[in-house]
Design a protein around this ligand. Structure first.
Ligand code: ATP
Length: 919
């Protein structure tokens, strides 16, 4: 075990034979023992990459002060402070303003910092939820362990699509190719074998080594781990480079850009008003502070934070519904999905296969029993026994007996699991059969050939055992076995086999054909082993639909989302399942397109077909066909979500708007290529994620309208004062800040966390081209914010005119002015309470939605009103805000007028709904 403790995959592994390497690592072809593995884990530590130093907390916090908002506000603080120093006698109001602005900058920085931290933590937590498992051989048994538990000397099993989780030396390879892109930048898959490689070949190029961070592109193999964790080649590079980039989603960037634009507009308007007022001979400092008020009134200070929180909440909710989103942007795209292109096996169905029927020698034999428990019988098993023996020996899966409160389970492909169970039911002793016909070679399954072959030595002869999709296999058969007689597979026989296949497929069974032939040597190639075969029969297995999928399919249909099944399986099986889950309703005839047909279709023809037929079903397709379907839909302007699990699904997953990988059954490569991972593999989780995606988008709209409405409500009174020649502001900069960063923040967050509105899934998908800041959004802001502005301006001027003195005679500390200032502030805060209720839905009346149905919102507003009461009645706050105590009637009056905005919006909703109903 001396070499195992060596730091990295030391030179010396590539030029030695596999057995020598195993010896050097103190391992063997039977794998390590569990106790040895535990010992090594303690010695080497977990197979994980330590995160390099992240940006220090202090630096991250300091970074918050360098964004545009902060810089603008800090300059404003410097100017107000200078104004305070220069005024004679010192104007304490300016000092208060300086302090208020600094406080705002600080609060903003804290919020920004926490938001960044939260986003990072969410990303890390999600990362940890994606399963990272490896199959290893320990004590001669194939087991699954967490990748972190791999130790030097472990024997790992590699299948196409697997991520390589440690540096390893191959000891077995069947048609194995790896993609070393992550390490070498070379994207073409490279062949791997087990023979020694001369020392002068660069280690990364050595064909018998595979590296952590790379992936198996095709084939299968076994390899012994030579280095783990930080000791791997990848670990070394990771230390040098990782931890530098932070991902910011386009949506977040879009919001940040919008915020900056608004800030720039606010700044320009402030400068303009400053110049105008100054030209009209306003006093310098006052004019400046006035302009500052305009500026801060327009800038939505709390917005970026609210935005990130809303997205993070969306991502967490989706995780709870078994959909992990890897990019925040996907949350938004999901909501506008128009087409879901889905696999069948495992996504629409449970992938719990049970063999129910066998066909051999022209007869059907029923098999009883359910699940993977080898309990049940095969009817008249004699004629099917050899077929089941061949099929079961041509399997990599293992049947696991009940343990840890779980019943019988399958490790590996469930299709194969079903074959093992059926063999057991037919009374076949598989251990004895494996010994009698040991496996000496294999051609792994891939979804392009749709076949798998194993080569066995039996009684001094060598045999290829082949199983696969019936049509594909039948095309390679020349003979058929009837009992003990061998006949030529003529046309009549072929149609008999096809009919048996169709009968099984028509009742939703997944059918596999089984064949054999004698070959010349163990290392037989495809040409020899998979041609001129003797057909033994067919196996039909039931893969029941997932019960939750029926409702999910219905929900998607109501949401205007088209569901297109693209499966490697046979058309009839696919159609039968499509009917069972409701993709096809009774009487609907789908346009079924097979992979072969698709090959002959041009791009344009495919596009026309997709446009022409509503119900298209793709069967017997290869992964690259999925890519073509996705591209065609995208060309038609659709937003496509596509599911995938295999390594060669990666291109389609990447090309789609939303690549959806399977968390349970999917390969690492597919997971890497996708933006969403389904923890439970179920189609229903996609539907749930779409619903949540839609609601997140709606929520973002809600709080955008909410936040900007108050900005309109703040700005209009200020502009009105300018035009009416009132010498002071109707709402001061400090008050505006208290609203934007105080009372508005919590309600906005509560709106961002709203549950999906009833009926979100009954609307058609959103037009993806329509930007978040659409005309409709602006109109809604102007409508609600406009009413709020009229109310606030009206109340202010109604109150100041009640003093019956000319505007010019008002001083800053005039009690009527201070009352009016307080009432305007209160009017905005109260109007916002009603605006928030109005925006909770675009169409549905708040009374139908339930006034109390978002308690967080109500609590947030209650806190705001308590703060307002403090500003109104507490002397120190009165000093800061230049406010004055209001009477109870004043509160009532403001309350009544503020509620107008909700009344107006309810009328709008009622009119709209009535119009819709009559239409
Ligand atoms: P979907 O694409 O909807 O998940 P699928 O699982 O049937 O469908 P593939 O995995 O590409 O798609 O399989 C295609 C066909 O290959 C299957 O219909 C089956 O006939 C055959 N097949 C599947 N698994 C095996 C296997 N382990 N050995 C041999 N043939 C197989």
């Amino acid at each position: 075990m001396s070499q195992a403790t060596g730091r990295r995959a030391s030179p010396g592994y590539q030029e030695r034979t596999a057995s020598e390497v195993l010896d050097a690592l103190g391992s063997s072809r039977h794998g390590l023992t569990t106790s040895e593995a535990q010992g090594r884990l303690a010695e080497h530590g977990p197979n994980e990459l330590r995160r390099p130093h992240r940006t220090s907390v202090l630096r991250k916090f300091a970074g918050q002060f360098t964004d545009l908002f902060a810089v603008l506000l800090l300059s404003a603080a410097v100017i107000t402070f200078a104004a305070y120093l220069l005024s004679d006698p010192p104007d304490i109001g300016n000092l208060q303003l300086t302090i208020a602005i600094l406080a705002v900058v600080l609060i903003n920085a804290v919020i920004g910092f926490m938001q960044e931290h939260m986003a990072e933590r969410t990303a890390e937590a999600l990362q940890a939820m994606v399963p990272h498992r490896a199959r290893v051989i320990r004590e001669d048994e194939r087991v699954e362990v967490s990748v972190a538990e791999l130790v030097p000397g472990d024997l790992v099993v590699i299948d196409a699509g697997d991520a390589i989780s440690a540096d390893c030396r191959l000891i077995e390879a069947h048609e194995l190719t790896v993609n070393n892109m992550a390490l070498t930048g070379e994207s073409a898959p490279a062949r791997r074998h087990t023979e020694p490689v001369p020392v002068n070949v660069a280690r990364l190029e050595a064909q018998n080594l595979v590296w952590m961070g790379t992936a198996a592109a095709s084939g299968t193999g076994k390899a012994v781990v030579v280095a783990t964790g930080q000791d791997t080649e990848f670990g070394r590079i990771y230390q040098l480079t990782a931890g530098t980039s932070t991902d910011s989603s386009p949506l977040r960037r879009q919001i940040a850009m919008m915020a900056h634009r608004v800030a720039a507009a606010a700044f320009s308007l402030g400068v303009l008003l400053f110049t105008v007022r100054l030209a009209a001979e306003g006093p310098l400092v006052e004019t400046f502070i006035f302009a500052l008020g305009v500026m801060v009134a327009l800038v939505p200070e709390g917005l970026p934070a609210t935005m990130s929180v809303a997205l993070a909440i969306g991502v967490r909710r989706m995780a709870k519904r078994h959909a992990l989103i890897k990019k925040l942007l996907a949350v938004e795209t999901l909501g506008s999905t128009t087409v879901i292109c889905t696999d069948k096996t495992g996504t629409l169905t449970k992938a719990e296969m049970t063999v129910q029927a066998l066909w051999a020698s022209g007869n059907v034999h029923r098999v009883t029993g359910a699940g993977y428990e080898p309990k049940g019988d095969a009817e008249d098993p004699e004629p099917v026994r050899d077929m089941l023996r061949v099929a079961a020996l041509c399997c990599d899966a293992r049947l696991l007996p009940p343990a840890d409160h779980q019943g019988w389970r399958v490790l590996g492909d469930t299709t194969e699991g079903a074959l093992l169970v059926a063999a057991g039911k037919a009374g076949i002793d598989l251990d004895a059969e494996r010994q009698a016909a040991p496996r000496v070679g294999e051609l792994p399954f891939d979804s392009v050939r749709k076949l798998m072959t194993t080569v066995h030595a039996k009684d001094g002869r060598t045999w290829a055992y082949v199983k696969g999709a019936p049509q594909e296999l039948l095309a390679r058969c020349t003979h058929i076995r009837f009992g003990d007689t061998l006949s030529i597979l003529d046309d009549e026989q072929r149609s008999a086999v096809l009919k048996a296949n169709d009968d099984m497929a028509g009742s939703a069974l997944r059918v596999l054909a089984v064949a054999v032939r004698e070959v010349s040597k163990a290392a037989a190639d495809h040409e020899e082993a998979e041609h001129g075969l003797i057909l033994l029969g067919l196996v039909g297995m039931l893969d029941p639909p997932r019960p939750e999928v029926v409702a999910a399919v219905k929900a998607c249909r109501e949401a205007g989302i088209r569901i297109v099944m693209a499966t490697g399986d046979y058309a009839l099986t696919a159609e039968a399942i499509a009917r069972r889950v409701g993709i096809l309703r009774p009487g609907m005839v789908p346009r079924t397109v097979t992979g072969i047909e698709l090959d002959q279709m041009s791009k344009e023809e495919l596009r026309t077909l997709l446009g022409e037929y509503e119900h298209v079903l793709f069967a017997r397709v290869k992964p690259e066909h999925k890519m073509r379907v996705v591209s065609a839909f995208k060309d038609l302007g659709e937003i496509v979500a596509v599911t995938g699990d295999g390594a060669n699904d990666a291109p389609a997953l990447k090309r789609a708007d939303i690549g959806v990988a399977m968390g349970e059954s999917g390969t690492d490569v597919a997971r890497e290529a996708s933006v969403m991972v389904l923890l439970d593999d179920s189609f229903a989780s996609i539907a749930a994620a779409v619903e949540l995606g839609r609601s997140v988008y709606q929520n973002i709209r809600k709080f955008l309208i909410y936040v900007f409405s108050s900005n309109v409500g703040e700005l209009v009174p200020i502009l009105a004062a300018t035009f009416l020649g009132f010498p002071h502001v109707p709402i001061s900069a400090v008050q505006v800040l208290a609203i934007d960063l105080g009372t508005d923040v919590l309600p906005a967050l509560a709106l961002g966390a709203e549950k999906p509105e009833p009926g979100v899934m009954r609307q058609p998908p959103r037009n993806p081209k329509q930007s978040l800041f659409s005309g409709a959004l602006v109109r809604r802001i102007l409508f609600l914010g406009g009413i709020e502005a009229v109310v606030a301006t009206g109340i202010f001027f109604w109150h100041v005119t009640s003093a019956v003195i000319p505007f010019a005679e008002f001083t800053e500390d005039n009690p009527i002015y201070r009352e009016a200032l307080t009432m305007a502030h209160l009017a905005i805060i109260m109007s916002q309470v009603f605006v928030g209720l109005a925006v909770r839905s675009d169409r549905i009346s708040i009374f139908r939605l339930g006034l109390l149905s978002n308690p967080h919102y109500l609590v947030a507003q209650a806190i705001g009103l308590i703060l307002m009461a403090g500003i109104c009645y507490l002397p120190p706050l009165q000093d800061v805000f230049n406010t004055k105590a209001l009477s109870f009637t004043d509160w009532l009056l403001v309350l009544a007028l503020s509620s107008l905005v909700l009344v107006a919006d309810e009328i709008r909703k009622a009119v709209l709904n009535r119009k819709e109903a009559t239409r």
